[in-house]
Design a binder for this molecule. Structure first.
Ligand code: PHE
Length: 347
């Protein structure tokens, strides 16, 4: 029996030296001091031993029990300490450097067309115009007929048109070729005074190249009231040009033809690159055409029940992409809608 105790002791000491954490220590305690441990069994069985042997074994077993208890206590302390030390090193090693710069969140931006659209609309809003929008799928009536362009009118050649397949007997439908149909829609539903600008997409059935896209943006303007004159047209558009292109800009009006205005004009600004002496941007002329405009044709007014003897008005329409192209030296209109981020990120 004494040999057995010595065996237990050496095994226990052996295992004790290999413990690495408190959980293992607890298992060790159960193994050597628990109710089912060999040592406890021996202590329980003392009574059945002959007296002489009982004395010797009892002393030895109790001594071992006390030894185990002390060992357990001491190891518990040192293991606890080690655990704290380990934790401390981990925490120190993982400390957060709050002075590191954060990761930047990539910011989106508005498309250059949207930016320019807003800028131009803001200018007209400041001049007293309202912003309205209209349908891109349009009736032939609004896009052409009501604007003095009947089916056989040569002016239809100005607008290569995407037609929409109509069911037989239905009125002809198309993708609007300009924003001017909104002139009619606005006047049909309101009485003068009218002052609106209409930004939006328009469509032309044309081969695309550096200066032509099959979809692009226009901004239409319309002002109708009693006593609206050609001077109002000139004054408004001159003010617009100065606000958009700069105080020193010169403007030039020349005769042009659009069936829905009379007289019709085109407006140009003096070239911002050469200042008028002639360069590549202005093809040597010193002037850059910006928009078409004119006094609303009396027939157009009559069609929406405005009496041309009482009311007069002016209208204008400008191609939007041309303006950032001029301002930033963009030489291909197709860049706007090909979604190349290298292009878009510059704005
Ligand atoms: N709608 C014309 C175009 O697209 C421009 C224009 C608008 C001209 C209003 C005069 C008045 O070419």
């Amino acid at each position: 029996m004494l040999e057995k105790l010595a065996e237990i002791k050496s095994k226990a000491i052996d295992e004790l030296s290999n413990l690495s954490d408190l959980r293992e220590l607890e298992a060790w305690r159960v193994r050597y001091l628990g109710k089912k441990s060999e040592l406890t069994q021996i202590l329980r069985g003392l009574a059945s031993l002959p007296l002489e042997e009982r004395k010797a074994v009892s002393a030895s077993a109790n001594e071992l029990k006390a030894f185990f208890e002390t060992s357990h206590r001491e190891n518990k302390e040192s293991l606890k300490e080690r655990t704290y030390r380990d934790l401390e090193t981990t925490v120190k090693g993982e400390k957060i450097d709050v002075t590191l710069p954060g990761r930047p969140i990539p910011l989106g931006r508005l498309h250059p067309t949207t930016q320019m659209l807003r800028k131009i609309c803001d200018i007209f809003v400041a001049l007293g115009f309202q912003v309205v929008e209209g349908p891109e799928v349009e009736w032939d009536y609004y896009n052409f007929e009501a604007l003095n362009i009947p089916p056989d009118h040569p002016a239809r050649d100005m607008f290569a048109t995407f037609w929409i397949d109509a069911e037989s007997g239905q009125r002809p439908m198309l993708l609007r070729t300009h924003t001017s149909p909104m002139q009619i829609r606005v006047m049909e539903r309101t009485r003068p005074p009218v002052r609106v600008v209409v930004p939006g997409k328009v469509y032309r059935y044309e081969a695309t190249d550096a200066t032509h896209e099959s979809m692009f943006y226009q901004i239409e303007g319309l002002a109708v009231d009693e006593h609206t004159t050609f001077s109002d047209l000139k004054g408004t558009l001159y003010e617009f040009a100065k606000r958009l292109f700069g105080e020193e800009r010169q403007v030039r009006f020349r005769c042009d033809y659009f069936p829905f205005v009379e007289p019709g004009v085109e407006m140009a600004i003096d070239c911002m690159v050469c200042g008028g002496s002639g360069c590549r941007l202005c093809s040597g002329t010193g002037w850059i055409e910006i928009l078409g405009a004119g006094m609303v044709h009396p027939d157009v007014l009559r069609r929406v029940d405005y009496d041309p003897e009482v009311y007069t008005g002016f209208a204008f329409g400008l191609g939007l992409e041309r303006i950032p192209m001029l301002m930033y030296g963009i030489d291909d209109i197709r860049l706007f809608y090909s979604n190349d981020l290298r292009f878009l990120r510059q704005f």
